[in-house]
Design a protein around this ligand. Structure first.
Ligand SMILES: [Mn+2]
Length: 464
């Protein structure tokens, strides 16, 4: 059978590893390990007998790439994904052409076994999106005899940095392929701090970037062909990146990802959240934040395969969920005891030093999620129009309750802070109801937290 070496994987083993796309018969890809030298772009005859070079294939490399593109066009089709929520479905409809274009690019890379690096934010939304992608690719690949070539990286920061792009180039350099590698970024990076990373990656990779953080003036990612963000289509952060990723996948797979969509909506406090995915959201939050509690020291990344092994084990996942809930309750109890409250008109500002709530033996909950949960608890205890400020290292995290942030936007608070204290603040951003400010110097945290309260207070006092 005629095939083309679409990608070779470099390594130290004596056997060389090749991804070969079939050029005749049923479409598909094969993964071959042999002690023989081929280059990406070389045609080969293989099958029952040994693999050998084909000097007169009768087709060109470009035609092989076109074949992959043609298959992608054939597979990615159909009506826009519907969840049953009219507002969500209207937004998906507006984005559908763009989502399908991105899905075609993804499928072409799958047909060619080009390396695909997926970076996902380490929370229920980002990891829920990555997991939906994983399930969908698995379903699609098994139905179409493909050998996907994916690398999964959990992103701890909110930006795609120059260091990230250097690491990704190193990963991609482990392969030689006839098509560019693909970089997928899920649920982070819409900020100016990502511009240097993007600059480093945009020539080396094709990029699909799925986010739902508010657009920022000067952010270079928006100009990418496959940057997709609901804010560009009249939506907002309620349409989560996990949901966006699931929707994209519906272009080529019908794998059921609804539980992970639900988890992403709950994890990010979306107004579209329902009861679906409640436990999964808590579990994903936990397993993406406290890797060492599950895997022991030294563990810093988690893949969807590992997530699968945990959620596939009912006893284990129940046990982990219970442990996570206990840790969370402990942290909230400690937090409630050491919080400082400032009244402001009909509202209230609560300030907490995270070190007073963090437990020594567990990384869970991470400060951001903890802040959201603590704000919930303050709301349940009757605190109205509440803004919570949590100081952690060089960060000031903010959460505003949903009712309040219809009228007061934390994004405006962050902008005012940036313009008032340009020398102290190195970055900041988020959503209307949740955001953070990063300081150059963490020793200034206490003073800057007080200044932040000074900026929030008049806004609450002005409400009536
Ligand atoms: Mn998100």
């Amino acid at each position: 059978m005629l095939g083309i070496v679409s990608c070779t994987k470099h390594g130290i083993s004596k056997d060389r590893r090749y991804f070969v796309m079939r050029m005749e018969g049923e479409a598909g890809t094969d993964f071959i390990e042999v002690r023989a030298e081929f280059k990406a772009g070389e045609f080969v005859q293989y099958g029952s007998a040994e693999i050998k070079a084909e000097d007169k294939p009768g087709v060109t490399v470009q035609e092989a790439i076109d074949r992959a593109e043609g298959l992608a066009r054939q597979y990615v089709k159909g009506d826009a994904y519907r969840t049953g929520n009219d507002e969500v479905d209207a937004l998906t409809g507006k984005m559908w052409n763009r989502l399908q274009d991105a899905a075609r690019l993804l499928v072409r890379k799958l047909e060619l076994s080009a390396p695909i690096i997926v970076r996902f934010h380490n929370d229920a939304d980002g990891s829920g999106g990555a997991y939906s992608l994983y399930l969908s690719v698995k379903d699609f690949a098994s139905g179409n005899s493909l050998k996907p070539n994916l690398v999964w990286l959990m992103q701890r920061g909110v930006s795609y940095t120059a260091t990230d792009s250097e690491n990704d180039a190193l990963i991609a350099n482990g392969y030689s392929c006839i098509d560019k590698p693909l970089l997928m970024l899920i649920d982070f990076g819409t900020n100016l701090e990502s511009n240097p990373g993007l600059k480093g990656a945009r020539d080396r990779f094709d990029i699909i970037w799925l986010d739902h953080h508010p657009l920022v003036k000067g952010f270079a990612g928006e100009a990418l062909e496959h940057y997709i963000n609901t804010w560009q289509f009249g939506g907002d952060s309620n349409y989560t990146a996990g949901l966006l990723t699931s929707a994209l996948c519906k272009g080529f797979s019908h794998a059921d990802t609804s539980e992970f969509e639900g988890a992403s909506l709950i994890g990010d406090y979306s107004k579209y959240a329902t009861a679906k995915g409640q436990d999964m959201s808590a579990l994903l939050d936990f397993i993406t934040s406290d890797l060492q509690a599950i895997y022991g020291p030294g563990k810093s990344n988690i893949t969807p395969q590992e997530i699968e092994s945990i959620i596939g084990d009912k006893d284990r996942s129940t046990e982990l969920l219970e442990y996570a809930n206990i840790k969370l309750e402990e942290a909230i109890d400690r937090g409630l005891k050491s919080i400082k409250r400032y009244s402001a008109g009909s509202g209230c500002i609560a300030l907490l030093d995270f070190e007073n709530a963090r437990s020594e033996d567990s990384k869970y909950p991470l400060p951001g999620r903890f802040a959201s949960k603590l704000l919930d608890r303050l709301g349940e205890s009757g605190m109205k129009n509440a803004v919570l400020v949590v100081r952690v290292g060089s960060y000031l995290l903010m959460r505003a309750d949903r009712e309040l942030c219809r009228r007061v936007s934390l994004l405006e608070v962050i902008e005012e802070m940036k313009s008032r204290y340009p020398d102290e603040i190195s970055g900041g951003g988020g959503h209307r109801c949740a955001g953070s400010i990063k300081l150059w110097n963490k020793d200034a945290g206490k003073e800057m937290a007080n200044r932040l309260i000074g900026v929030i207070k008049p806004r609450l006092e002005a409400l009536e």
